[in-house]
Ligand binder design. Sequence first.
Ligand code: MN
Length: 418
Amino acid sequence: MAKILHVEDNPANRMLIRQVLELEGHTVVEAVDGPGGVEAAQREMPDLILMDINIPGMDGYETTTRLKSMAGLENVPVIALTAKAMAGDRERALTAGCDGYISKPVDIDLLPDQLAEFLGGRRETVTTEQEKRYLREYNVRLVDRLDQKIKELTEANRKLAHTDAMKSRFINLAAHELRTPLAAAQGYLSMLATPGSKFMASADPTTQEILHGVISSVDRLQGIVQDMLDVTRIEAGTLQLKQSPVNLDRLLKKIAAEFAPTVAQRQQTFQVADAGHIPSLWADGERVLQILRNLVSNAVKYTPNGGQIKIDVEITGVEGRRAQQFVKITVSDTGVGIPAEEQELIFETFHEVRRIEHHSTSKTGFMGGGAGLGLPIARGVAEAHGGSLWVESPGYNPKTCPGSIFHLILPLGDTPTN
Ligand code: MN
């Protein structure tokens, strides 16, 4: 009794062969196309493979050639099944690596004995002369197909690039269109909220509270619109940096102060190293703050209440550059961590680790979501400085909380580093 893999796209044929072979006591495994057949053969290690020649994807000849080159499958007999019945089909099949040939429609009374022979060691052969001729024909056909596939891929790539450009244009346009009315709303709101304004004087505490809620929502919306603009600028390589000597210690103290209320609320400890000994950065200070805010708010978000967040700094070299020209800032946390397969993806535009329906609206609540723009922007800004940003984490585990470490490299100096 044998395990037989049947590669066939026609369901009725699969059903018929399965019934015949199972009646004989064989085990039947099926695949519906070439790539599926290769995958099933590797997984199942069958004793014999029945290969329909006319299948989608790779045809039966190509699939057989592939199978015969795979470890452990070289000696598994492959029997071609073909309905085309053209002169030379048998030779074509054998040249491609098949060990036998059965024409369709299959005679189900003969099939069990035919397969028993192949299982017993029978192998059909072609003469060297025939093999030469059909090998040449096979090569020409493969090159034709390759040529066709390359053309298709090139065209598909062109379409993707076009779609991607359209997406960027749309985001850019939407952000620009939203910016104007938002700025007007912010202006009116700040007029209302000015201490001592007529409105504030006449408003009861509930109304004032509502007003502040509206203001913070509009501010947040403004932040999202700004992120959308940043993303399109980074993608287009048009992000403008205003670089000058920047005191890192001052930036870090600012971040520590900004996040103090949030970490207190989450009962987290936030330890920020002294950077007084670090020379000036050659950087856009506002943009560096943007990166740090992003990293720290992520750390807060993905670390449970009571956890620890830490910023460390050290002077470092970068491969291919003069030593001591860069600073490495690390933001580490005792949070849920990041699975290995996500550690690069999180820096891709619009990639969010969790699905959108799980997003909470909170910016700092545990596991709160976002548009997935923060880290791509942070990396884009770091790279625009000639620096880099990446993450290390032992993996994702909300129970043991292995944590994450974000590494940010930025250039030092009071002139551009070259
Ligand atoms: Mn077919």
